[in-house]
Design a protein around this ligand. Structure first.
Ligand SMILES: [Zn+2]
Length: 137
């Protein structure tokens, strides 16, 4: 009974074996592609990790730089304010001296002893001392 050993429908059998081979090749190909994708995914993941790390470093650096810049601006503006205040005080003292000198020239006492009272044309030692003290700080 040799007949019974023959593959039943030969054509189908050939097609089947070709399909199986193709299927196997496709699976192998897909496996390879999946492997490549997996590797690519790994590389991308590493890149992403590096980017996140870099971003973190930049954020920290940016934070420090901003802080330093703020401190610098702050100290500079303080210095400027102090300078302006000093100049204003010096100006006020100068103006104060000029005003007192003018009042004295106009004939009034500016000393503690006779402040505001008329001077009788003569120089007052107290006034001159006071003016001298004001002038030299
Ligand atoms: Zn006086």
């Amino acid at each position: 009974m040799r007949e019974s050993y023959r593959p039943k429908p030969q054509n189908n059998g050939v097609e089947e074996s070709v399909n199986k081979k193709e299927l196997l090749e496709k699976f192998t190909q897909m496996e390879k592609q999946v492997g490549e994708l997996y590797n690519e995914f790994g590389t991308l993941k590493e890149s992403l990790a590096r980017l996140i790390e870099e971003n973190h470093h930049l954020s920290v650096e940016n934070h420090h730089l901003r802080k330093r810049l703020d401190e610098q601006n702050h100290s500079q503006s303080n210095e400027k304010e102090n300078q302006q205040q000093k100049e204003a005080e010096e100006k006020a003292i100068g103006e104060g001296y000029d005003n007192l000198a003018r009042i004295y020239e106009e004939g009034f006492h500016i000393c503690n002893v006779h402040f505001g009272s008329p001077r009788d044309e003569e120089d007052c030692l107290f006034c001159l001392l006071f003016l001298n003290k004001q002038h030299n700080g």
